[in-house]
Design a protein around this ligand. Structure first.
Ligand code: TA6
Length: 282
């Protein structure tokens, strides 16, 4: 079955690859290419809709992180998109195999809706190719007042060994480092992980690659997602409760395509389309 739908999730199968999307948060849980899993999903991930999923591709909207002021200040970290149950809207294309999910105020809890009382429409398109996964988030304002947003695809990539991973394509970009609480320009061609890393790379002009031992695992291209967040909690993952096994930080890296270093304003009737395409190599 190219598309297998249950009451909780939708699984696409195409050209030896598959992707599974949980309706809660429209959170991609799994992306397999020729049977090999490409994403990290915590063994302790809560999938019953009671909290955000620890792994796969959580969706961040309308705020990245936790705002301390402004219209999103009373929303939970990373906003409500990953905390809400999306509607499955059906198939759009056969090759690559693509489906869509939708979210509007009617799908969001009263508590979260009252915390951010604006009219919005999100259409999330998941498109599975032979060795590619394209995710597109169309953000529309059908209301009569403008609002500002940030958005990000919080992708947890599976990697064989954190000691051998490197992210390239970030050289020369401005960094807001949330661990050292410093700002600087990235001078390294290879960004590696040897402790907790939590950095926002701003206005990254080129495709980004994730390599292991010098070999490319993934290439990431973006449209309207100018920033790239790199995160690995290292041993701090033990404090999260839903990050399992506690050694799991050795097999994951979050490389997150987003528009988070500034706020984007959407006037009534406007639409913003953000696209990320990941090609898997090994
Ligand atoms: O994207 C990196 C980050 O903002 C980190 O600061 C860390 O908080 C991570 O997201 C996970 O956030 P979560 O709310 O899913 O635990």
């Amino acid at each position: 079955m190219p598309i297998d739908q249950t009451e909780k999730d939708v699984t696409l199968t195409y050209a030896g690859s598959s992707v599974k999307v949980l309706l809660h948060g429209a959170n991609i849980l799994s992306w397999k290419v020729n049977g090999a899993e490409k994403l990290f999903l915590s063994e302790g991930a809560i999938l019953d809709g009671s909290k955000a999923v620890r792994g796969g591709v959580p969706l961040v909207f309308p705020v990245f992180g936790k705002a301390t002021s402004g219209p999103t200040a009373t929303l939970p970290q990373h906003g409500f998109a990953r905390l809400s149950t999306w509607e499955f809207l059906g198939q759009t294309t056969e090759s690559p195999l693509a489906v869509q999910f939708g979210l509007g105020p009617e799908n969001v809890s009263e508590e979260l809706r009252s915390a951010w009382p604006y009219n919005f429409t999100l259409i999330y398109t998941v498109s599975l190719g032979e060795d590619t996964l394209e995710t597109s988030l169309s953000i529309s304002n059908p209301g009569d007042v403008a609002w500002d947003f940030q958005t990000l695809l919080h992708t947890y990539f599976y990697i064989p060994d954190v000691d051998k991973v490197a992210v390239t394509g970030l050289t020369g970009t401005e960094v807001k480092d949330k661990v050292t609480k410093t700002d600087y320009s990235e001078s390294n061609e290879d960004v590696t992980i040897a402790a907790e890393v939590d950095r926002v790379y701003e206005n990254v002009p080129k495709p980004v690659t994730i390599k292991s031992d010098g070999k490319t695992l993934f290439e990431i291209t973006r449209k309207n997602l100018d920033d790239v967040v790199v995160w690995n909690p290292w041993t701090n993952c033990v404090k999260m409760g839903d990050f399992k096994p506690v050694t799991g930080y050795k097999n994951m890296i979050c490389v997150e395509a987003g528009s988070v270093s500034k706020w984007t304003s959407l006037a009534p009737g406007e639409t913003y389309v953000a696209v990320e395409t990941v090609k898997a190599y090994l």
